[in-house]
Design a protein around this ligand. Structure first.
Ligand SMILES: Cc1cc2nc3c(=O)[nH]c(=O)nc-3n(C[C@H](O)[C@H](O)[C@H](O)COP(=O)(O)O)c2cc1C
Length: 186
């Protein structure tokens, strides 16, 4: 990062750098006061297996953040590559009238122990209770202990890289690689 960049430039440079990180796309959901909330997210990772814990980073400006703050529960629904439209819907591409409940089609969703919406066709869904949180800048980092897990439909993950959706292609050892790429290891 350019040390002489102002705060706005630093954020812009950071975002350009982050485009290089390929991420699996999930929908983080929560439910509060009988209402459902959900948003598309790539800032999701495994934090610990004992106890089973996931880490998510949620922007404080989102409706889902308000719901998680109050309910202390969330579910990470990992998307299959066929779920691009669902990802768009939960990232707000259809504008403010498609927020909150409007994003949920009843037949696509169920619930497990926490009551947060669980996508029936997710690759996997981690139903979590918040056990720790840290506020940093615009986001809250949550650690969620997995209460129940749904191993959903078989498939390949939906990825997001360089500002666009992408699909996983397995590389067989010895297969010629696209220019500029190299194998790591033996
Ligand atoms: C591919 C992709 C990944 C995203 N990842 C995150 C994320 O990890 N954390 C986050 O707070 N917002 C993330 N967003 C933005 C939220 O999905 C977006 O702000 C959402 O509309 C918030 O919901 P709301 O309109 O109900 O407030 C991502 C958006 C996209 C398209």
């Amino acid at each position: 990062m350019d040390k002489h960049a102002g705060p706005e430039n630093a954020a812009a440079q950071f975002k350009v750098g982050m485009r290089s990180l390929a991420g699996a796309v999930s929908i983080i959901t929560s439910s509060h006061g009988g209402r459902l909330f959900g948003m598309t997210a790539t800032a999701v990772c495994s934090a610990c297996a004992d106890p089973p814990t996931v880490l998510v980073c949620v922007n404080q400006a989102t409706t889902t953040h308000q719901a998680i703050e109050q309910s202390k529960v969330f579910c990470v629904n990992v998307l299959r590559h066929e779920d691009r439209e669902l990802s768009g819907l939960f990232s707000g591409v259809h504008g403010s009238e498609m927020r909150g409940e409007a994003r949920f089609r009843e037949e696509q969703w169920t619930k497990l122990s926490t009551g947060a919406p669980v996508l029936r066709d997710a690759l996997v869904a981690f139903d979590c209770r918040v056990v720790n949180r840290m506020v940093h800048g615009t986001h809250t980092v949550y650690l969620g202990e997995v209460q129940q897990l749904l191993i959903g439909r078989k498939g390949k993950p939906l990825l997001y890289a360089d500002g666009q959706y992408a699909k996983l292609a397995s590389l067989a050892h010895g297969e010629p690689l696209p220019e500029g790429l190299d194998y790591w290891g033996e």
